[in-house]
Design a protein around this ligand. Sequence first.
Ligand code: ADP
Ligand code: MG
Length: 204
Amino acid sequence: MAELDTGFFVRWLTAAAAAVEREADTLTELDSAIGDADHGVNMRRGFTAVTAALAEKPPASPGAALGLAGRTLVSKVGGASGPLYGTLLRRTGRELGDAATVSREDLARALGVGVEAVAALGGAAEGDKTMLDALLPAVRALPRSFAAARQAASEGAVATVPMRARRGRASYLGDRSIGHEDPGAASSLLLVSALEQTAGRGDG
Ligand code: ADP
Ligand code: MG
């Protein structure tokens, strides 16, 4: 299996930032239906800062790249998504340690730990209509392939539409949260799609 090096992780995070930039208005529209209409703004501010930080201090390892990105999100994003995505990337990065390259399976394992840390921090589980509904299926599918992970994230995001929110701002709406896609699940799909795109089709 192809090993993923530091350059791969920098390209992934850069592709994620580009996707967030492109889809920021859509993310904010989703958040205007069941939240406070700032998810696109939050994600754009955070990922613009991530791109700048990676350029300023080129990371020495995959784990360092994720750690830097995670710390940047925590410091730049005020909404719930900043600490949650920040925790995801920092915890995943810590799990990868200082290895110069990692396999897709290593990444799947590390992301599994990172996603569990998000669940612990936010007190959410699958089915609560949050980013976890895209992230957990994606991480479970990643050992199969990058494409399978993206497909699972996509299905997970769509599956949040009929859910009633039990965590985060959307939960204040109760039944009125039903019928809308969760903004954080939509942004998680962007991150997983960027991962597949970076790996290139056919690369596992
Ligand atoms: P805020 O809710 O503070 O305005 P954002 O709008 O940036 O922050 O992010 C909202 C997204 O964060 C939600 O769509 C949801 O996916 C995610 N989220 C919110 N609370 C939680 C939580 N407790 N656990 C997991 N994800 C959460
Ligand atoms: Mg919001």
